[in-house]
Design a binder for this molecule. Structure first.
Ligand code: IPE
Ligand code: MG
Length: 258
């Protein structure tokens, strides 16, 4: 049997085995990287790579629902990505807008609640409206919380949380000594999803081995999974590999297991 055969057999088993559901992550985060390289490798313009984000994300959402994942956070666009050429930025915004518009009906059918995180004030008005409408329409869903990070920065998220706490202290709603991890986390943008704000599994595609200012506070104990696969090629086999890798990890959270 070749390695590929063994992996294929394991994936088949994994697909069938309901017992493994227990050890699946509650919250999966994905850094959807490699879109431009995917396009370049095909002699296509960068925009084609960004457009190819959509089907791969839709499949990841679908698989997450099917597996009973409770929260999926997808890093679409970082704060630093604003510095890319305007034409590219505009195209990316249009892709995210279309992704949301094309999928609202699906979100309603599947019980998916959407929230866009990041500095939404910098998003084009049409995208702000699309996001707001979709957030309102899906607000009572409870199967899967889908957080789409656009113009997101982990450091900015931490800073804005500090600002909120400082204002509460200033107006005497809070004493500095009352601030603990839980109060702090409540001020982060991810607190919206209340039950599982921290990713158990964080996946990055395209072979880059860094967090790039994603969920910095929230990823303190995330299991990391890196794959060379470029985001547009990320599908069921790659997702299952990431989930299987997660299931093989020994999560101790710094403690000693008895
Ligand atoms: C990720 O794809 C999407 C965005 C950052 C907007 P990239 O455009 O970073 O693709 P690569 O990493 O250059 O291939
Ligand atoms: Mg990149």
């Amino acid at each position: 049997m070749t390695t590929a055969d063994v992996e294929g057999r394991d994936l088949q088993r994994h697909r069938k085995n309901d017992d493994v559901a227990e050890s699946l992550p509650h919250h999966v985060a994905v850094i959807m990287d490699g879109n431009s390289r995917w396009a370049r490798a095909r002699g296509m313009p960068t925009s084609a790579g960004h457009a190819a984000l959509q089907p791969a994300l839709e499949e990841t959402v679908r698989l997450s629902c099917a597996r009973g994942i409770r929260v999926l956070t997808a890093f679409a666009f970082s704060h630093q990505n604003w510095d890319r050429p305007k034409e590219e930025v505009d195209f990316c915004m249009a892709v995210y807008n279309r992704f949301i518009q094309d999928n609202v009906a699906q979100f309603l059918r599947e019980g998916i609640r959407l929230r866009v995180i990041g500095d939404c004030s910098r998003l084009p008005t049409y995208l702000q409206k699309t996001a707001q409408n979709a957030e309102e329409e899906t607000s009572s869903n409870s199967q899967l919380d889908l957080m789409l990070a656009i113009g997101y920065s982990g450091r900015t998220d931490i800073l804005q949380a500090c600002g909120k706490l400082a204002r509460k202290v200033h107006s005497k709603l809070l004493r500095p000594e009352d601030i603990d991890e839980s109060l702090f986390a409540d001020e982060l943008q991810t607190s919206w999803t209340d039950e599982f704000p921290c990713p158990d599994l964080l996946i990055r595609t395209s072979g880059e081995l860094r967090l790039s200012n994603f969920l910095l506070w929230q990823s303190a104990y995330s299991e990391l999974f890196f794959t060379d696969t470029l985001w547009p090629d990320f599908g069921e086999a790659e997702y299952l590999q990431a989930l299987m890798s997660f299931q093989s990890r020994d999560r101790r959270f710094g403690k000693r297991k008895l």
